[in-house]
Design a protein around this ligand. Sequence first.
Ligand SMILES: C[S@@+](CC[C@H](N)C(=O)[O-])C[C@H]1O[C@@H](n2cnc3c(N)ncnc32)[C@H](O)[C@@H]1O
Length: 237
Amino acid sequence: MNEIKQYAEQWNTSAQFFYEKKYYQWMCEKLTGFKTVMEIGCGTGYSTLALIHSGHKVVAIDKNLECIMAAKKLIADNGYTKENVIFLEGDVADAQFREQTLSKYACDIVICWNVGSYWNKQMIQSYVPYMLEYGLNIDQIKENPESSYSELIIWDACRISNVKGVPIHIIDRSGEIINEDTDPYFHALKDEFHFSKIVYDNHRAKSISSGGRVLITSGKVNHEGLVDIIFISVLMK
Ligand SMILES: C[S@@+](CC[C@H](N)C(=O)[O-])C[C@H]1O[C@@H](n2cnc3c(N)ncnc32)[C@H](O)[C@@H]1O
């Protein structure tokens, strides 16, 4: 099985678990009042399904075709159509995709939930020029490829929301809670992209560490079955 397909299958296990535990429902509650959502990295569609259930229209983007195919099937199996969601295959780090494709779609908010996954070293290497442009140096990238990639995608998501002039909602999995006092990182993004306000929230949860993205908490790889995590929610408007 190729790695892209393997990634999609593994992530699907995690996402289904999140869906059953109603974690996506908690994420959707942060989006009240925003009708059309541009979802960056929709994965295999469980987050998209929760968004539709919550009354949103979705423009769902993923660079992994296997994920898009699984997401399309999940949405169709639940009786939803193109009226509810448009799927776009593409890479948000690619300026051409952002400028020529994403620019055609309007939205009221951009979301970036649990993105930052990669499936092998070659893949991450192809993003080094983008990570350098973002402002990291080679040592930082080598030392922590996972969070370097994650930062790049969150930065690209902020660029998209900035061009569209809409808020952004970010969810990440963390080992620690986030608030005004413990967050220099999103604060810097808020200043860079001229958002006026950040609303934080945290949700203690469980995650399947063996499925989907390997969980790294405070620099340590976690291979246990179910692990404690905190979903951090950052809404910048
Ligand atoms: C861990 S999954 C999360 C899926 C969904 N947001 C959720 O919370 O269930 C991350 C998804 O982001 C996608 N992704 C990662 N980097 C991307 C990029 N540069 N452009 C578009 N999609 C990307 C991956 O292919 C994967 O399907």
